[in-house]
Design a protein around this ligand. Structure first.
Ligand SMILES: [Zn+2]
Length: 372
């Protein structure tokens, strides 16, 4: 029934996306638009199209909704600098943006909170009462659609009660519950992906507070690492966009020989092995430079791990640290470069023949800004 509206809003979002985020990328270079600025453009110019009419038009038709969700994924991947085939949960967990289905439902629930607070003589309140009557008789209605959307969410939510049990306070609590369950769902989705192993069990660092578990937020490295190529290399490593030979689903039938490190051939090729355990000469040299930099700048002696499990912990401690993430990102960029991006061409490679922007030296400087 509303397919034309979804199509129109998809086209509007695409048009604005190309005029803003892609336009900045074309001007600055792929991935050089800071994700923080990308998110500001997203909320200021794109979100209004993606959520337009969502208080009235509930997403009961998955085909229509996919028109908007598809372009939403495209935008979020571009903001993070990931490829077109990257997974989905990391788009939400790393940018701190809730899934579109949940944001559109939340707007409908906020509209419901407004409606239930209206006096019974108000026409909109009368329409809501009629919708409840239709729903009770099993006919299609706005409240019936909302109950349907709630039942078909990818995580559990309590069923929609009758109108008599609803109030503004109930709506507010229900929205909080929706957001809480959604965060837990995204967290579980991330943890179920073998390619996102570095994100499993991580603690989000803060400048003046102890690290803690945060399921959805704009991650520290997106603004702490200000050199675009370093940030892209780190983001792609964390988001599983490097094609490492040893990263597969459990039970995969790929022969062991095809999963071994392409440089030393001694162990399975994983991020931990490549970055902290492999004996390849160039990688070992980059590791020594990282140790020197950490010692000089932070008086921190990085002890190299002996096993895969130790390497996993060490790598997470380096990346999920407010200060150490900056040299760690440069190290990851350097290693990725000497491994030829693990067989995957980074779009930014095309930019490396171009002169860097004034004040941005790709190899040597790590200007530590406190944020955008
Ligand atoms: Zn190796």
């Amino acid at each position: 029934m509303f397919r034309a509206h979804y199509q129109h809003k998809r086209d509007s979002t695409n048009y604005i996306f190309w005029k803003t985020v892609v336009g900045c990328d074309l001007y600055l270079g792929y991935g050089r638009l800071p994700p923080i600025v990308g998110c500001q453009l997203y909320y200021a110019l794109l979100d209004c199209h993606l959520t337009h009419g969502s208080d009235m038009i509930l997403d009961v038709d998955p085909v229509s909704f996919h028109l908007l969700d598809g372009v939403n994924h495209l935008v979020l991947r571009r903001i993070l600098g990931l490829g077109h085939h990257s997974g989905i949960p990391q788009l939400y967990s790393e940018l701190g943006i809730y899934p579109l289905l949940v944001r559109r439902l939340e707007l409908a629930l906020r509209y419901l909170a407004y409606l239930v607070a209206l006096p019974s003589s108000h026409l909109a309140r009368k329409a809501l009462t009629d919708a409840e009557s239709l729903r009770a008789c099993g006919f299609a209605s706005w409240l019936g659609d909302m109950a349907y959307v709630l039942r078909n969410l990818p995580f559990d939510m309590p069923p929609l009660p009758t109108l008599g049990q609803m109030s503004s306070a109930w709506c507010d609590d229900f929205i909080k519950l929706l957001r809480r369950r959604c965060r837990a769902y995204v967290h579980g989705w991330v943890n179920a992906q073998p390619s996102l192993s570095l994100l499993h069990g991580r603690l989000e660092p803060f400048k003046e507070e102890p690290s803690r578990v945060v399921h959805l937020t704009r991650r520290h490295y997106l603004h702490r690492v200000t050199v675009a190529d370093h940030r892209l290399a780190l983001t792609r490593l964390l988001c599983g966009s490097f094609h490492l030979r040893g990263v597969h689903r459990p039970g995969s039938d790929i022969p062991l020989d095809d999963r071994l490190c392409r440089k030393c051939g001694l162990e399975v090729e994983t991020p931990e092995h490549v970055l902290l355990l492999c004996r390849d000469a160039e990688t070992a040299q980059a590791r020594r430079e990282l140790q020197d930099r950490l010692r000089l700048d932070f008086h921190y002696d990085l002890e190299l791990p002996k096993s895969h499990a130790e390497a996993h912990v060490t790598l997470q401690q380096l990346i999920f640290h407010w200060h150490h993430v900056v040299p760690a990102a440069r190290f990851i960029h350097k290693v990725s470069k000497c491994w030829h991006w693990f067989g995957h061409v980074l779009p930014t490679e095309l930019m490396e023949d171009e002169p860097a922007f004034e004040g941005e030296h790709l190899d040597d400087s790590d200007t530590e800004a406190d944020g955008w």
